[in-house]
Write a protein that binds this ligand. Structure first.
Ligand SMILES: Nc1ncnc2c1ncn2[C@@H]1O[C@H](COP(=O)(O)OP(=O)(O)OP(=O)(O)O)[C@@H](O)[C@H]1O
Ligand SMILES: [Mg+2]
Length: 416
């Protein structure tokens, strides 16, 4: 079973290894009790564990073995870094020392894992450096997660990280059928955070960028503007929330003219730009540098012809959401532009969208307009078999955008 405990919703998928690949046998989703997760970190493992247990019981899940994932941007760093070429055993030693250069928390209280993106023995002979994917998590965050799984009566076999899980279900599973020739930007817009992860040809993670704007921020903006409680604003967003795509010309006006700056999470420094010496190789100055410049205030007026009647509930919700949405897509566009400038040979071919917030009416079109790139909803059930006798069609078809991570978790040990 794969289990994704999100700030807003708990998602799970059960899978079995079929003769021709994984088969999905159960899919489910339920609400996360409020205030059990703060900033992506589980703060109430008892309440949350009980909620997970209850959800799984409702769906008749008997599997105990679970692969889950961690996400918190404040206590987890997942990043490709560049190091001088070395053997695996040298690398193991080096990484112990390198960790604290890359994390914003104390190195004594972390759990870490790393893997060369390209195995050292397969590197071209003349390459001086190698890229290593580093994952470092705060131990307390991991402990609270594992405790929650135990409280739910589960038997955790692995903890994965979100973008890698999602890429398994969206890219790796069709890697040999052409997906490994492309560069994909995976964009997960959940409740607490948005995560942009770019996978270059071969399905290699080469850039990550957390953006602290997502569904809860949009709901809070509605609550504030209309004087609603959170749950009322959430209902208004889901029932009335819609983006008016032809409003996008107003957006385009804010495009361009903004200073180019490296995003918070810098990608690995490409070899040709590194100088001799480890200091330079490990220089991630972008992260310790000054705070990013403020984003230009978003446009708040739209061509009246495209917007719903002024004063209508739809229009009020739209007006309340717009500044957040503009800020979000502006950040996404900037990061994609940054990546395209940095790696002109492998700029993203396509954006694959997932996470509950991508359900907002016309959001994919709105984003496509703004980033000028092909945008597609990442559907994890497109390339994996589903046992239709046991999974209701509406469960996996209508909720597909919530599920790339859990599908990737469930099939973790079933695909090459
Ligand atoms: N129809 C809809 N329109 C707009 N937003 C929606 C819709 N349905 C769900 N959402 C939003 O999707 C979000 C939940 O999505 P998801 O389950 O991907 O997030 P999560 O995993 O719980 O959060 P995170 O990953 O940030 O911890 C909530 O903010 C919810 O309001
Ligand atoms: Mg999520």
């Amino acid at each position: 079973m794969g289990l994704d405990i999100g700030t807003s919703r708990i998602k799970f998928v059960e899978a079995r290894a079929g003769r021709t690949g994984p088969v999905i046998t159960n899919v489910g989703m339920g609400m996360t009790p409020r205030d059990t997760i703060a900033n992506g970190v589980i703060v109430d493992p008892d309440t949350l564990g009980a909620a997970v247990r209850q959800l799984l019981a409702e769906y008749g899940v008997r599997t105990r073995s679970v692969v889950s994932s961690v996400a918190s941007q404040s206590s987890l760093v997942v990043r490709p870094i560049e190091v001088p070429r070395m053997t695996r055993s040298e690398l193991a030693e080096t990484m112990q020392w390198e960790v604290d250069r890359h994390i914003p928390f104390a190195a004594s209280e972390v759990v870490m894992s790393f893997e060369p993106l390209v195995p050292p023995e397969e590197l071209p002979e003349d390459s001086q450096n190698m890229e290593v994917l580093l994952a470092v998590a705060q131990e307390d965050m991991v402990d609270a997660h594992v405790q929650t799984l135990f409280n739910a009566g589960l038997d955790p076999s692995a903890l994965d990280v979100e973008p890698l899980s999602a890429s398994r279900a969206l890219i790796d599973i069709i890697g040999e059928q052409g997906a490994y020739d492309k560069t994909y930007a995976l964009l997960n817009i959940g409740a607490n955070t948005t995560d942009l992860s770019i996978f270059r040809p071969g399905g290699l993670l080469s850039f990550t960028r957390p953006i602290p704007i997502a569904g809860d921020g949009i709901t809070n903006a509605i609550a504030e503007a209309l004087g609603y409680e959170f749950h009322e604003a959430e209902r208004a967003k889901i029932e009335e929330g819609r983006v008016y795509v032809e409003g996008a010309p107003a957006l385009a006006a804010s495009a361009g003219g903004e200073p180019e700056r490296p995003p918070e999470t810098a990608p690995a420094v490409p070899p040709e730009e590194t100088e001799e010496g480890a200091e330079r190789v490990f220089d991630l100055g972008a992260e310790t540098g000054p705070q990013q410049p403020p984003i230009e205030p978003p446009p708040t007026t739209l061509p009246a012809v495209h917007a719903p009647t002024a004063g209508s509930p739809e229009r009020q919700v739209y007006d309340a959401m717009l500044p957040m949405l503009v800020e979000l897509v502006t950040e996404v566009r900037r990061s994609l532009e940054y990546y395209a400038n940095r790696f002109p040979d492998s700029s993203a071919d396509k954006v694959l969208l997932y996470g509950g917030t991508t359900r907002l009416g016309s959001f994919p079109e709105f984003l496509a307009n703004e980033v000028g790139m092909e945008v597609e909803i990442g559907d994890p059930f497109q390339h994996v078999a589903v046992d239709e006798a046991s999974v209701p069609a509406d469960m996996y078809r209508d909720n597909a955008c919530f599920m790339p991570i859990v599908v990737g978790l469930a099939i973790r040990d079933m695909i090459a």
